[in-house]
Design a protein. Sequence first.
Length: 377
Amino acid sequence: MEKLQQNIRHKLTEFPEVKVKRTQGRMFVLLEGHDPYPIIEKVKNIFGIHSLSLAIKVENDLEAIKEAALYALTNSENIKTFKVSVKRINKQFAIRSQELNQILGGHLLSNTDAYTVDVHQPDMEVKVEIRQEATYITSSIIRGAGGLPVGTSGKTLLLLSGGIDSPVAGYLAMKRGVEIEAIHFESPPFTSERAKQKVIDLAEKLTRFGPSIKIHIVPFTKLQQRIFQETPDGYGMTVMRRMMLRISERVCQKEDILSLTTGENLGQVASQTMTSMNTINEVTNYPIIRPLITMDKDEIIEISKAIDTFDISIRPYEDCCTIFVPKAPKTKPKRDRVNYYESKFDYEELIQEAIDGIEVIRVSDQKKAEDVFEGLF
Ligand code: ATP
Ligand code: MG
């Protein structure tokens, strides 16, 4: 709950007058006169919130409660039938729930003429909750993002390409409470500045669901060229993927991150067969979270549209994989073969050079991708 409260506060920093309070099992965002809708837009994306409702807070006083219930009903749209549900948590309040239900129902009916009561399937339930400190009248329920508060399940390093899959994988990890940092491998001049911007824009979209995201941009050109020079028989892509994991693992060690996350999906492309995954995975024993592993492409696309990353992902700029990928990559690359090819050249120096050249960019929901160059490794 405390983490969730922090996450909500963080999302609402641009509304300094709004307060976030919590009591048992419930979080309150006190609008203090602020227009609720821009705030609802922010809050409904925060993981760990299953539903939210607009509430009016009044004193524990019958007349005030009557007035607020009437306001809630008459200010809601498309309502013909209603029902009042009183919950009296504060037993010191003199009127019992059942009796108050009737008093309020009667009050609403006698002061309006467009509504009738329907206790089974009302268009609107006017909920009245009498607590110690005040009474809350709730009139509409909005679905929240569900999941767990980001930051309650540790941190992962998301391998973020410019494609459709990896941002969706990041979103799903965040939904289970995992905070993310991202790593992206770029190969200038073969990949353009716009391909990099795509990745920054994708990460920025993901910050709507959690805190700011640190992106590690790895200069991969030299290493990648060398790999494809040294590696025969369609094994280049396998070695390249293994290098990505090796570098990612080192970033994890530096940043105290305990897992990696990818957008891999079983059977989609050559690098994602079972044999290929087995061979690529050999170089790290960090857990690799693969939220999309069993999904169909159309399910993935549906999520990417819902989280608004799809249009960015389909911008046409090439990423490093599409440029260097051989015509016929091996679909069943074997561990012993790839180890043999890797042993022919000592890549350590190039790996270190790539790591030393990492540029760190932090993106947040609040501000447009602000470059905070944090120096070299
Ligand atoms: P995506 O849609 O995420 O690009 P994909 O279906 O194109 O995935 P691959 O190209 O095989 O699949 O990549 C598999 C995973 O490897 C990606 O989902 C991503 O997590 C990671 N990856 C690929 N290229 C890069 C890159 N240039 N930088 C960082 N991670 C990458
Ligand atoms: Mg891709």
